[in-house]
Design a protein around this ligand. Sequence first.
Ligand code: KIV
Ligand code: ZN
Length: 434
Amino acid sequence: STKYRPFPPIDLPDRQWPSRTITRAPRWLSTDLRDGNQALIDPMDAEKKTRLFDLLVQVGLKEIEVGFPSAGATEFDFISGLVKTGRIPDDVAIQVLTQSRRDLIETSFASLAGAKTAIVHLYNAVSPAWRKIVFGMTREQVKQIAIDGAKVLRDEAAKRPDTRWQFEYSPETFSTAELDFSVEVCEAVMDVLQPTPDAPIIFNLPATVECATPNVYADQIEWFGRHIRHRDACVISLHTHNDRGTGVAAAELGMMAGADRVEGCLLGNGERTGNCDLVTVALNLYTQGVDPRLDLSDIDAVVNTIQYCTNLPVHPRTPYAGDLVFTAFSGSHQDAIKKGFAAQGARNDGFWEVPYLPIDPADLGRSYEAVIRVNSQSGKGGVAWVIEQDRGLKLPKRLQADFSRHVQALADETSRELGAADIWGRFEATYLPR
Ligand code: KIV
Ligand code: ZN
């Protein structure tokens, strides 16, 4: 449950718009420990992976892809160790990725020995470029790879009845493949695994490399959903990458096109330009009044853990999470924000409407004090705000105007951002000489 305040609805001239909105959170799948990890300069060691796993659980992720067990002993040992430590909550399903080869699938199942519930994720690439350039195979041969893999999944799962198994199949490179062929391959996989509405199969439809505008991906998702047999026995999962910078938009449009699940990484780590950033998708929902069912109320903990585990910096302009996203340097922005906070205090309609701030920073554990910073571009409003926050002093209007000139001079002299101590120092020197 949340007590957040969304942005008020945007007034559109024709009430038919927008034609679609997202009205509930998707199922989330974190692939931080798999797609995210495989893209790192320094892949995570077991200590970092465990720390990241704990963060994912804390944030509320219920489906977590923990690795690629057949890739080598390090991956295998981490996954089997994780299962044995008992740190996987009962309501969390771990997922592992495997290529479609009997020995690799068997290794993947072996890594999950003892798990209460697990998802085995099979994939093979289906697009013409991969068929032609990478494999030199026909459509039939590529389809057969998926069928053969699905048969091994079915048989290995049957040998291990103590685990609740789910299956995911990805026609890798889906977004650049022929849609009818992707449906044909997925239906062949369904024929083997016989999913039902109570035990559905997850079809993950990747934009392995983002090659088109997000609406094209959404159209592909919609087409797939309309044409796949037994739609009610499958979960449609989105897996976007960010090569064109629109991984989040593609996931959002994909949800509006009928998908059920979104795969990605916290803060968008992942191959090349990254996977879909789950934090941004979740908080975009939040600001639209949809409970994302992820707890991001301590965003700094998320940023710190991700930076520690990935050894990559989080850009200061990263939506919702970057260091600078709740700062205002210009005077007019500072003034508007100050008025917005004052108006917000008197508001009781459940909405959040402070100019230039799309969300209450406090909802993410960030503080109001960090919102306004003062540099040579700041106006009197910002300076007065800092004095009020720091010293509890409300400066009269005329004094604000006079003092801001002194602060401006100080900022010009130092050519840097001024902190509360600098500002108060100048105030004392100007008005309270000893
Ligand atoms: O991007 C991709 O296609 C993948 C698959 C293995 C699902 O990561
Ligand atoms: Zn991927």
